[in-house]
Structures are given as C-alpha cells and as structure tokens.
Design a protein around this ligand. Structure first.
Ligand code: ZN
Ligand code: ZN
Length: 363
C-alpha cells in the first residue's frame, strides 16, 4: 500500500522524460531518490527508464534499502562499484541513446567517469525532470508538511515567551531548537534566524551573540525538518510599544503579503503573485528596500520549485506549496518580514502556517 504513491511519482517523471525524449534518467540528487523510492539514507544512485527503476547503493545500506525501497518496478542492486553497474544498465539492450543527468548534483569528475566508454550515447542535462514533478505535492507529502508546520507553529508559540529585552539571540534560538527536537523533529530546517534591532535589516541574519533591547524589532525566521519534509515561517515582533515608523512599515508588509496570498490560485503566474506584493510595497515608497523574491516552494528542500519572483516563468497549479514572504529592510534601522506557507487548492489557497501574527507588544 505504501509504495503506490511512489509509483505515481515515477509515472509523473516518465511523462516529463518522454517529452524531453530521454531514454533514461540518471538521478544523483539524494532527495530526488528519496522522492522516487522512499530511501532515507545518504548515498545512492538511481536510473529511471520507461519501464524500470534501478536503485543502487552499497553494502552499508543493504538492510535499510531492503526495508524502505519497495515497488513493483524497482530493482535494488547492492554493489561496490556503482558507476560500472550503471554502465551495465545503460548499455543494456533496452536502453536508447539519450541519457538525462542532473547537472547540479553531479561533479564534473563523476560526469567524466559516467561518460567514459559510452561511444554513441548522448548525455543531456535534465535537472528539472524530478524537481518539476516534486513541485506538486501528493497527499502523503502534504501530511508530512503539515506535521512539520505543526512543530514549527509550536516553536513560534515558545518564541513569544522567550524573546525579551536582555536575552541573547543565540540563547533563544537554542531553546527553540531543543523544542523542535523534543517534538520529534530531525532538527531545524536551516540556521534559525533571530535578528534584532539593526540586524533585523539583514534578510538572513542568523541568531548571533547580540542581546535584544527594548523598543527593537525582532525578525524570527525558522523552519523544522520532520520526516524529511521542511517548513518555513517568519514573524516580526516588537519589544515594547512600536513607534509610528515601525507600525507603518509592519502594516505595509502585512498588507503586501495579504495582496500576494489573495492572488494565489491555480493558473496564476508566480510572477503575478510576486508583483502583487511588490506593487504594494513600491506604492508605499519602500520598493528599493525589498530586494528578494516573494516566495518559493517548500518540500524535501527548504527552497524548491516554484520560484515566486519577478523573473519566474512558473505557473501555480493545485498541490503546490509555496511561501509568501515580502519584507522591507532599511540598512542601519531595521527590517520587517512576514512569511507564511500556502497550499494552492482547486479554487484558490489554504494557509498552512498559523503562528500568531501582529506586531505584538512583547515585553
Ligand atoms: Zn523563511
Ligand atoms: Zn522562505
């Protein structure tokens, strides 16, 4: 029962392979391999052909792959020399000449080794085949993502009690991360960002040695990795009563985020969702202080397809999970970012993240 979704995932990848006229795809991205087989180990290769999935790993993972990698068309091979084994598969009678590979997950050295002695075979960069399939989540993935979000929302609830004037950013981050582990998570999805005062103007200001002070903005951007799936959410708090400027900038980001979320539905272009947030911030006079894209897909990777940015060519479809995270960052003064995860549904969107929002008066 458990492997049916994996067969559907392979089928989805095969449709894309056929469109690209590939006879086989060499998969080297370990998360793509997990997606297709359920393997949670850290070293394996996979060859996808129109009729079979060849999964190759070494003896260290024999027992684990035996337990995890199952499926009607999956052939598990435990081997010491994977490259030679893959040569054997790709030069076999049933495999044609056009071999796709994943250029962002194959070193140049490994590429040369794979290519050696292949005569007429053509190696075609095909990094998007599995990654595009992964952008649309199935029911099992959505459950895993919602579990990850649940642990993350609890972390934000804890954060509200831990953030206070005089406390060190890194101490608060540590306590929150211990909570993630206690909730059964593998750990944080990325270095927890707690950026206070002027540091809140750094979009990726991971928690440092700084002590938070009264009256400051604090940007908290965290994620949880649970059962292989990531979550990603940001809140901005104020330590004390916000000034008029802090309030104004916060309200601008909040309204920009709302505008972008409302633009989410199947068929919407990622570019238009980005534009909805960007136009609001630009009209308010802060356009030059919003330098990054509005969002990204989340799943087995924290950042995956689709990309919500001015240059994106992605189109939203039902089942995609994306972040919406506009921000305003004023060097030397501080910044505000608000980030939520949203599922694209049949007729619009469903908010996944639920941590309390608002420029609360944390003391
Ligand atoms: Zn984030
Ligand atoms: Zn993000």
């Amino acid at each position: 029962m458990s492997f049916k979704p994996k067969e559907r995932r392979a089928a989805k990848a095969r449709v894309a392979m056929a469109k690209a006229k590939l006879d086989a795809l060499l998969v080297t991205d370990i998360k793509n391999i997990r997606y297709l087989t359920g393997f949670t180990g850290s070293s394996a290769y996979l060859v996808l052909t129109p009729s079979r999935v060849y999964f190759l790993t070494d003896s260290r993972y024999a027992a684990q792959s035996g337990a995890e990698v199952k499926g009607a068309d999956i052939e598990v091979r435990i081997c010491a020399k994977a490259v030679e084994e893959i040569h054997g598969i790709l030069t076999g009678p049933r495999v044609g000449d056009r071999i796709g590979f994943e250029p962002d997950n194959l070193t140049y050295e490994a590429y040369l080794r794979f290519k050696k002695g292949f005569g007429n075979k053509r190696f075609i960069p095909s990094g998007g085949i599995i990654k595009t399939a992964r952008a649309v989540k199935d029911a099992i993935e959505l459950t895993a993502i919602k579990d990850s979000v649940g642990a993350l929302d609890a972390g934000f609830e804890a954060a509200r009690g831990l953030i206070a004037p005089g406390r060190k950013e890194s101490d608060v981050a540590f306590e929150i991360e211990v909570g993630f582990k206690k909730a059964g998570a593998d750990g944080p999805a990325f270095d927890t960002i707690i950026a206070s005062g002027p540091r809140s103007a750094l979009p990726h200001g991971k928690a440092g040695q700084r002590k938070m002070r009264k009256g400051e903005l604090v940007v908290v951007d965290m994620g949880v990795l649970l059962n292989g799936y990531n979550s990603d959410e940001t809140r901005t708090y104020c330590l004390g009563r916000p000034t008029r400027r802090q309030r104004n900038i916060y309200d601008t980001v909040a309204a920009a985020q709302e505008a972008a979320i409302k633009a989410i539905r199947p068929g919407a272009t990622a570019k238009d969702v980005d534009a909805a947030a960007r136009a609001y911030i630009t009209d308010a006079g802060y356009g030059e202080y919003f330098g990054h894209g509005t969002g990204h897909g989340v799943g087995l990777d924290v950042h995956e397809r689709p990309v919500l940015s001015p240059h994106s060519k992605d189109i939203l479809t039902q089942g995609m999970v994306v972040t919406v995270e506009p921000g305003i960052y004023i060097p030397g003064w501080g910044g505000v970012r608000i980030e939520d995860m949203v599922l694209v549904t049949a007729d619009g969107f469903e908010a996944l993240t639920n941590a309390a929002k608002g420029l609360e008066d944390l003391r």
